[in-house]
Design a protein around this ligand. Sequence first.
Ligand code: ADP
Ligand code: TZD
Length: 579
Amino acid sequence: MDMTTDTKLEVTDGFHLVIDALKLNGIDTIFGLPGIPITDLTRMAQAEGMRVISFRHEQNAGNAAAIAGFMTQKPGICLTVSAPGFLNGLTALTNATTNCFPMILISGSSEREIVDLQQGDYEEMDQLAIAKPLCKAAFRVLHAEDIGVGVARAIRAAVSGRPGGVYLDLPAKLFAETMDAEAGKKSLIKVVDPAPRQIPAEDAVQRAVELLKGAKRPLIVLGKGAAYAQADADIRAFIEKTGIPYLPMSMAKGLLPDTHEQSAAAARSYVLPQADVVMLIGARLNWLLSHGKGKTWGGKDHKAWGGQKFIQIDISPQEADSNVRIDAPVVGDIGSCVSALLAAIDSTAGSNWVKPPAEWLTAIAERKNKNIAKMADTLAKVPKPMNFHSALNVVRDIIKANPEAILVNEGANALDFTRSIVDMYKPRKRLDVGTWGIMGIGMGFAVAAAVVSGGQVIAIEGDSAFGFSGMEVETICRYNLPVCVVVFNNNGVYRGTDVNPTGGSDVAPTVFVKNARYDKLMDAFGGVGVHATTPAELRRAMEEAVRSRKPTLINAVIDETAGTESGRITSLNPSAKKK
Ligand code: ADP
Ligand code: TZD
């Protein structure tokens, strides 16, 4: 009797198990770049209905995955080849970890036997060992039956607790390994509750409420952790109920509209030194907040404590006291913490929660209104050539008219001025260089923002910043994404006026080709390129980009003398620190 047809087992392989494991966990998009050994994985993933977005450089695919993770609370997936592809993706993985964005870098790798004996395999590298110190967790899967566990562990590690980057090493051999399809299916894990809520302790919540109650000049600082947490309604309710003024960190802008009357953003340099109790919600006291001390905070010199008491809401139990004493740490996820705080102020104070003293609020309002009026004057000017302000006045209007648009932003002056001038109205609509102030996130973030949201993206880019990921305009055209890139072209890094002091023929290190036409890059791939030298031209081009949703690159010519060294962080340059 011929049994072959009856008993022939249905088989699956490593390729399909990886795809099935991701899909089982609701992951529907891969950002990557094909090549040995993962080319077929990209093809099969697409064939199995996943969205596979191919980039021109892995760092941009990695940045896309990272910001997709921030936007969705699901780990963004970046897929690369071995050694060089892996290393290209690694910067993004480490940046994601630094910023607390959940992502998984999956890289194919060479044969273990050859790598470990250092026999010189194609693209040989001990990737797991290299990734380990640079991300939150790193795993390798050696057998097809372990793919389910590997993917599950990677997902949990990326999104639970403080989110971060995870590396998953998949050796070439694994993909071709076959196993019984039924057993394969059973080996996969649908992760239950991947980012468990972490409820804060009652006494910690009480301690925080007591501190707030006693405050004369309270202040709330919202960080990108608060934006990530997607607890928007409770955060807004807490701020409005308590009446406490707040400062949004860059990527927390729009969590409440920047035009909210309690926003103290336009009075930042007044409120930081003056506040007596500061509540940090998903924001670290790192360099971006001058480490919670020094002159920014009213300390008498650059190291001195300003006298503030701090409350810190954070999911990481190790964050408190990292820079100054935290008087009331509240450890838990922001959603749970803020709802517990809301309940506590309701029950301790009933509906009689006493809002902050009027002197504090009026003092802030005075500073704020003065600064806003001053800014309005500056923005109304129309200098020739354009400067950052006159160009950003246009961007500000465009975002106001299109509050759902996602704003990606990098550069030095192009970053600092955009952050302070362009108001955001909705949560998680501002994506930028984050904790490291890293250049090169621009096009990766823009692609992911468009893919994840399906909506309009506007990228405001310094000309130097744009160069780090500029080739991805081809990717933007290839997927026909509604991305409008505006290059603030001032002929160089920070500005375009430096000269070579030797008089030699090399230009200064910060200077680029004068009058470059970045718009022609977009023309090359069939998108819309526009050269804009006035605010009116810029406005027309941006309006048309938003209306048409066509890939657009506007070369906005900015006065090459307009920028300052390092934007607003000139003081961090070693020569500025020379004693
Ligand atoms: P910013 O740069 O905006 O000041 P940071 O990146 O320094 O913000 O801080 C974000 C903080 O938010 C991190 O300390 C991180 O642990 C925390 N965090 C991230 N997600 C959550 C969450 N869901 N619940 C609580 N804390 C979170
Ligand atoms: N490399 C990386 C990866 N990150 C960095 N932050 C830098 C270099 C240093 N750097 C900055 O901090 S801002 C910047 C660089 C090179 C570019 C500033 O020039 P720009 O913007 O043209 O992008 P402005 O508007 O002219 O200042």
